[in-house]
Write a protein that binds this ligand. Sequence first.
Ligand SMILES: [Zn+2]
Ligand SMILES: [Zn+2]
Length: 355
Amino acid sequence: MEKSVLRFEELLFPSVADVAVLSVDVNNEAICVEARWTTPGSVCPGCGSWSSRVHSSYLRFPADVPSAGHRVVLCLKVRRFFCQDASCGRRTFVEQVPGLTRQHGRWTERLRSTLAAVGLALAGRAGARMARVFGVSVSRSTLLRLVDALPELDVPAPRVVGVDEYAIRKGHTYGTVLVDVETRRPVDLLPGREASSLAVWLAERPGIEVVCRDRAPFFADGASTGAPQAVQVADRWHLWHNLSEAAERCVADHRACLRAETPVPRRPSQPRDEPTDASGSPWSTGHRFADRTRANHATVHALVAAGSSRRVIERQLRMTSRTVKRLADAAKPEYLFQGQWQGRRSVLDEFKPYW
Ligand SMILES: [Zn+2]
Ligand SMILES: [Zn+2]
């Protein structure tokens, strides 16, 4: 018995010192681990003084990380001690097992950190679903609170910092995101996109040598004020973005001229007299795509009837084998009018038979 209890402690609490496992009970619902802390006293969280005068004891039932498909619940006997220091505001205090429990915690520390990791990876809704899969029911808002409560990482101040705006709600609320360009990781988020808050942030980090930013005036002001020592560069993305916007505007302005300069090409093999509307066809003549398809269909069928091979037709009409096959295989040109082309006019209509 002694030996197996010893193994339980190593198995269940490898990183917690001074814990005794009194019993392990497995039923259909859960694994219950009865345990207690074996130190003779505890440190008052108020004043830090040591006390071994027990006031009372009671049971706590923090949930632990599930094991072998079962929920795991600790049945932890905790003691309340008198604080020995008369000047301390607390008369009594409850012991906490370091690495296992915390005040008012309904989970063990390792379940708490597991759930925080799930929240960090999947956020609220998906995280709650994932937790349910491994047997812990937790609400999405609780998961988000756990993520919120994680200690801030100590991120070293970047040497090259990228500044850009990000939308909390597009068109309404914007913030500022700061990225370490060398590690390519975001390092901070600022509410709003004011020059002043950016300047304050930069001034707290005098090691910044380069500020990459867009070409908006508020980031320029903020960077000049907060990091006068740093070189400011317009980042590559924004340069390309500005260039493409300018090019697009220019092309849009001159669209009419482009259309006038390039007349619609006519194919030399195109018969000049186009066939009239087939009776009952929903595609009237005058529809450019329909007319062209009818003409090509007629040309291909005429050549086939005259005994030309498909390869010769491909070369003669400068069509792909697929296009020739489609035209030759269709008994009527109307069979080729289908799908998304139907009835919709597009500047690409003329070229669609050649895809
Ligand atoms: Zn105290
Ligand atoms: Zn023009």
